[in-house]
Design a protein around this ligand. Structure first.
Ligand SMILES: [Zn+2]
Ligand SMILES: [Zn+2]
Length: 625
């Protein structure tokens, strides 16, 4: 039996990889009089079908597959239909194709929301909008101009130095000092994370302010529109204070009473590279009412049943994308469909392509060149909510269709449609002892120039499996200028490349299917590829792996990095961080903020909830590996 299986797998590998090159003339394999189911199914998996799948998923009516859009559900229904047509079995909740769950999708502005200053009261409109991460409530307080609202010890810069903002409303400029100035102590051409509005809100809160008002920095951003919070945005975790955005004219009106202009104030800061805040004579009343919008979203999950249901392989790809943009877009001011053809209609097409190749093989009887069912149950998972923090795959591993301990390996595909110079990135190559040899074997016929990285953590869904000790592989054809932009369109997909990656992925799954269970290895962190939010982004490093499904009440850890400061401090899975020194940690943004404000080598106090009880530990922050 074993021998026969091995031969069958080898034959399949050969046939998949030796398949006709896209566009090449294909001689009919059998007389036309006898329709061949194998040939028909193969046609389904050919490169044209893959490209059409990308085109369908990236079509305008899919609305960029954003959480909170109807297009996301349209895409889910499309994937479900395709899985059904391939003869997979439903592997979701209660015999359905879906694993569904609820998420916060954004915020809608409700009543009462207004700002009152200078005897005027303004409703939300072109002059004023609440910020999506504002808390709800009303507040009347004096206003203090606090420059850019930045505290950045790493740059030796603090807008709050010498300013008393306790219980005040702070007025701050967007962006950061010395923008467009390569000699600036900040990065000059590119904004640092200190320029993010949410960072400024948390920083204001940590300095005791009760409210935050933002106005465009007039030197480079005068006239930019005041953005309204979005219902199809990305979660909007609360920042813990009231926050709003003012138009240029409203901001000017506020500082005019202090005898200056925004431009003069900004120029003073930028030219001297020194903070310059001051109290304003007026009080402002800020009232905000936001209703968080929620939606039910779903993973679409199909199964190719194997001979042994105690053995499971998972093949996955996320089908969601950024919808109309939002905070993860690199064009956050444009409310346009982000088609996400490469990210990740390409991976979804490849997922369906692999399912098609394997299903076809499983149907055939050995005498006709088929293999019968695979040894493992092969689960095909199209994940939702990846872009908002791998929430779909987190849900999958929390509530899997088969016990997670039976999953012997997981193969993820995210952005596989832009093959260039034969370079294929493979992450997770160090997560099982057998993987390097397995990859080398599979590549013998595929002829990719493989760029492997050992790390099993990375910015996509395989992380969810790796943190449950499942060996993972993730295929990726590389970053490009259209990443997270409206220009990630289907016509820029490399069709032959996508087809090659799909066949390679199928060969990997076949090869895994023919082997004994791979031996899991905790791989070394890798700085060159696949960083996951370990806090920070630069500078200080603690080495925790956050559980992205928890969005308030602290940051829950689903694990810690081997040899990291967090591990040395005894932190582990299930711990919930609620305080770092004196910074209250409600969500990931607070945590990132707290780490960003600290330096490697610094010792910090962490308050952890462990099984519900508070525990204090100290940790010495390291440098990001
Ligand atoms: Zn992606
Ligand atoms: Zn993405």
């Amino acid at each position: 039996m074993r021998r026969a299986r091995a031969l069958c797998a080898a034959a399949l590998l050969g046939s998949l990889l030796a398949g006709p090159a896209p566009g090449a003339a294909v001689a009919p394999r059998r007389p036309a009089a006898r329709p061949a189911p194998r040939a028909a199914a193969r046609a389904l998996a050919d490169s044209a079908v893959l490209l059409r799948t990308v085109r369908d998923l990236a079509a305008p009516e899919m609305e960029g597959r954003g959480v909170g859009t109807a297009g996301l559900e349209r895409a889910a229904a499309y994937v479900e239909r395709r899985m059904r047509a391939l003869g997979l079995r439903p592997a979701g909740d209660d015999g359905t194709w879906s694993q569904s769950f609820e998420v916060t999708t954004g915020a809608e502005v409700s009543s009462p929301t207004a700002i009152a200053l200078d005897g005027r009261r303004l409703d939300p409109g072109p002059d004023f909008q609440p910020l999506g991460f504002s808390t709800n409530g009303t507040l009347t307080a004096p206003v203090v101009f606090a420059g850019y609202g930045i505290t950045a010890p790493g740059y030796d810069y603090d807008d709050y130095a010498g300013l008393d903002v306790r219980d005040r409303i702070v007025l701050v400029l967007t962006n950061e000092p010395g923008e467009m100035d390569s000699a600036s102590r900040f990065d000059g051409a590119v904004n640092t994370p200190h320029a993010e509005l949410r960072t400024k809100a948390i920083n204001a809160r940590e300095h005791g302010a009760a409210g935050l008002l933002v106005v465009n920095g007039p030197r480079f951003h005068r006239g930019e529109p005041v953005r309204r919070p979005r219902a199809d945005g990305q979660g909007y975790m609360s920042s813990g204070l009231l926050a709003g955005w003012l138009s240029d004219s409203l901001g000017e009106a506020l500082v005019a009473r202090a005898g200056t202009t925004l431009l003069a104030a900004q120029q003073a800061i930028d030219s001297l590279q020194r903070p310059r805040g001051f109290a304003l004579p007026d009080s402002v009343t800020l009232t905000v009412t936001l209703t968080r919008t929620r939606a039910r979203i779903r993973n679409v999950v199909g199964l190719l049943p194997g001979r042994d249901s105690t053995r499971v392989l998972v093949v996955g790809a996320h089908y969601d994308h950024l919808g109309y943009g939002g905070e993860h877009s690199l064009r956050p001011d444009e409310r346009v469909v982000h088609p996400g053809a490469d990210d990740n209609a390409s991976g979804t097409a490849a997922l369906l392509g692999v399912a098609s190749l394997l299903a076809e093989r499983a149907r055939g009887v050995p005498a006709e060149g088929g293999c019968g069912p695979p040894a493992h149950d092969v689960v095909f998972a199209a994940f939702t909510g990846e872009e908002m923090g791998i929430v779909g795959s987190s849900h999958f591993v929390d509530d899997p269709p088969r016990p997670i301990g039976r999953v012997e390996a997981m193969l993820n595909m995210d952005m596989v449609g832009r093959l260039k110079d034969d370079k294929l990135m493979v992450m997770g190559a160090g997560t099982a002892e057998e993987f390097p040899a397995l990859l080398e074997n599979a590549n013998r016929d595929a002829h990719f120039e493989l760029k492997t990285s050992g790390d099993g953590y990375g910015p996509s869904d395989h992380s969810s499996f790796y943190k449950r000790q499942v060996p993972v592989l993730m295929l990726f054809t590389g970053a490009h200028a259209d990443y997270h932009r409206p220009t990630d369109t289907w016509d820029r997909i490399d069709e032959p490349g996508l087809w090659r990656v799909t066949r390679f992925a199928a060969a990997l799954v076949e090869s895994l299917d023919a082997r004994p269970r791979p031996r899991f290895v905790r791989a070394k962190a890798d700085s060159s590829m696949g960083r996951v939010a370990g806090g920070g982004g630069y500078g200080a490093y603690l080495g925790t792996i956050p559980d992205f499904s928890q969005t308030e009440g602290g940051v829950k850890f689903s694990g810690v990095r081997e040899g990291s400061p967090a591990e040395k401090a005894g932190l582990g899975e299930g711990d919930v961080l609620v305080k770092l020194d004196d910074v209250k940690i409600d969500n990931l943004y607070d945590y990132t903020y707290a780490l960003r404000a600290r330096k490697p080598g610094q010792t910090v106090r962490l308050t952890i909830l462990r099984k519900g009880a508070p525990v204090e530990v100290t940790a010495t922050l390291g440098r990001r590996p």
